[in-house]
Design a protein around this ligand. Structure first.
Ligand SMILES: [Zn+2]
Length: 315
């Protein structure tokens, strides 16, 4: 399943408890998602989706709030492989007067033209703004697989809707960009952090965690690559030597105890155990009085010898 679909499935399962938010989410959904199609010489107002949970969610939301649902038709297509397309037909809702779905969501039609007219949709509460943003994303949004890249976009049929959406995003501190492509206004986010913030605002917390985990792994991989690429073989030498020293010190600790070592050696052994990743020079500076690099090296070699001695006895 694509990440886009996972996010939408999660969002479709959110149960809003407030009526105000239910209406706002619905407005977000149908304002972004409705299209007009001619069907058998009749103008039809449709919401078309391939997402079954979304079609169920939209249907039941409309039914709860307006007591009758849109007509749903499932079509099977055989493009690439068989899959279903759901067509939710809202044409009958156009006849309803004030208090109806279209009236409340600020949508009208121009009698002669095959065009929907949108009035501005004003929202006051933050809860409703979140719900409205969620609706828009559910309707026409998509998000790329975060393993590959960070890109999230929502498509709108006209400028007013896009600007409204951008405005509400801004109220949550999210700066989006937009372009006009093939007659659609695309509002998009390109930064990982912006996408994380957006998922948080619209309540996709599970998907957010998933994305954060991928980001962490990506970051770590980048850091490791940087170390491998940039920091020369010197580092590796330090690490290898340190590993051997630490192993030997632990061996002595387990067989004789560090207190069995002479003072100068037990001190450096303890320091090495606590700081396995520092250079000999730095280790020397930690001693009081400080010791030169070769002095440290000398003591650590003695420790190696002692460990080797115990190993021989054990055989
Ligand atoms: Zn609300």
């Amino acid at each position: 399943m694509s990440f886009s679909l996972e996010v939408k499935n999660e969002l479709s399962r959110i149960e809003e408890t407030h009526d105000c938010c239910r209406k706002s989410e619905l407005a977000g959904l149908i304002r972004a998602g409705l299209t007009i199609r001619m069907n058998k010489d009749k103008q039809r107002v449709l919401f078309i989706t391939e997402n079954a949970p979304l079609s169920r969610h939209l249907f039941s939301r409309v039914k709860e709030l307006y007591h009758s649902g849109p007509e749903v038709i499932m079509l099977k297509t055989h493009r690439f492989r068989t899959h279903a397309v759901y067509r939710l037909d809202f044409t009958n809702f156009l006849q309803e007067a004030s208090g109806g779905l279209f009236y409340e969501t600020g949508i009208d039609t121009e009698p002669q033209e095959d065009k929907l007219i949108y009035k501005p949709y004003m929202l006051k509460s933050r809860c409703c703004k979140r719900a409205y943003l969620r609706g828009g994303f559910l309707a026409t949004g998509s998000i790329s697989d975060p393993d590959r890249s960070y890109h999230l976009e929502i498509s709108f049929p006209n400028r007013l809707l896009a600007e409204e959406y951008i405005h509400y995003l801004k109220e949550f501190g999210i700066e989006s960009r937009h372009i006009l492509r093939k007659g659609h206004y695309l509002v998009y986010l390109k930064e990982g952090q912006e996408i994380v913030d957006f998922l948080n605002v619209i309540g996709a917390h599970g998907s957010l965690m998933q994305l954060e985990n991928i980001r962490i792994v990506k970051d770590m991989r980048n850091q490791v690559n940087r170390i491998v690429n940039c920091e020369t073989a010197n580092l590796e030498k330090t690490v290898n030597a340190s590993c051997r020293q630490v192993e030997n010190i632990v061996y002595i600790k387990e067989h004789l105890g560090l207190e069995s070592l002479p003072d100068g050696l037990s001190e450096i052994a303890r320091l090495r155990l606590e700081n396995p990743d520092v250079s000999l020079l730095e280790l020397g500076k930690m001693l009081n009085p400080p010791l030169s690099k070769s002095g440290v090296n000398h003591r650590l070699r003695k420790i190696d010898k002692i460990a080797e001695g115990i190993m021989l006895e054990q055989k």
